[in-house]
Design a protein around this ligand. Sequence first.
Ligand code: FAD
Length: 448
Amino acid sequence: MAEYDYDLFTIGAGSGGVRASRVSAAHGAKVAVAEEYRVGGTCVIRGCVPKKMLVYGAHFAEDLEDCQKFGWTVENPTFDWVKLRDNVLGDVDRLNGLYKDTLENHGVEIIHQRARITGDHEITLADGTAITARHILIATGARPHVPQCPGNEYGITSNEAFHLDKLPERILIAGGGYIANEFAGIFNELGTHVTIVNRSDTLLRQYDEQVRDRLLQISMMKGIDFKFHAEFKEIEKTDAGCLRVSMTNHDDIEVDCVMFATGRVPNTEGLGLEQVGVELGDKGEVKVDRFSKTSVDYIYAVGDVTDRIQLTPVAIREGQAFADTVFGNEPTSVSYDHVPSAVFSHPPIAAVGMTEGEARNSLGTVKVYTSDFRPMKNVVAGRNERGLYKLVCDGENGRIVGVHMIGPDAPEIMQAAAVAVKAGLTKQDFDNTVAIHPTMAEELVLMR
Ligand code: FAD
């Protein structure tokens, strides 16, 4: 008789949990995964994927304006939010189905319930069923953090933004990270008046200063308002059904919707982790070693719940590495160097490696090359919006240690540049590469 019900019990069927479960099953393990909401997790259901679709949908507003200079006349274009929303949610349903199929085709049992750890090697489901497993994987992700203030229950988070019945005329978005800036871009393009409210005066802290300043300047030009050094005091519902927001250092403002994009907290509450001795960090994140093992020998954790780098491709790699290590007989750890990332703002930002500031703090000498240009399409369209590319190089040997970009399609271009940076290529290697003309990407090999 088997000692345990399963070889692996995964809690959470998001990016990390799905990959880990599927690959562990392919390695021969008997696997079950519990999911309390929808298979696919944040990225597929209420994160990267529907967000990117809304970004595409919103950007048509600029294309419809710009196309006129290219000779097109589009009379009285109108926009239907419910149509966009429902088409996006329809595709989310399709992807949700594909994720379920993938798991089932690999023999992974999906349990549509909340699960928590209740004893040594023991998990209990919401309906009270107790299950045992040789290994447990925590892949429960993170949830939006909502700051404490009277009336915060009137606000929404990114979770609800995908389901709005109608577009608000005025929205206040709290936060300065990528989710705040992406949704600010989406709503602004769709005609909502957007105010970003942030505790400090720094947006997108981990990105290069010149690039984030460029986004701020362009966002303001597009009509987004910013209120910095502002802490919420209160949110009140007015008789007219609007929300009046009072904050430090600024006058009250009235809006139709408040959206909190003020960080994400690891989902560890109520999981029973303390009971079995799993160590947590200051933010409640599960502490793990480089093989994603927790302080308890048979319990592992991957993805946002560990708060290493909260991105889908990182969670997927951690899930894969876990499965290869524990069930594939191939100890594998994930490299966190040179992880590229993007902000799907209008225009988007993309980056890999060190910012200029980081390089100056950690290297002896640094050489920086920049290209500040107006994309050809913007010139014809009469759109006064400049792109900025930046290469940060180690002054000793010319190795490119960081690439930072803002401009149309920057994330698409960055994926290839990230390969070069990861491979340790130098500025000379970029110079030796012939440009593809005419493109924006050619700026990368033409900087002098
Ligand atoms: P998740 O995908 O969050 O999965 C965790 C799952 O666990 C959830 O489905 C949850 O319901 C389930 N769960 C939690 N507790 C329990 C329990 N006790 N029992 C059963 N089930 C449980 N990343 C990018 O790389 N690119 C992007 O463009 C991007 N955009 C984003 C936009 C938004 C608005 C948000 C919110 C996130 C975005 N991310 C993006 C981040 C990305 O979604 C996450 O990094 C990724 O989903 C993390 O995967 P995960 O497996 O750790 O957790």
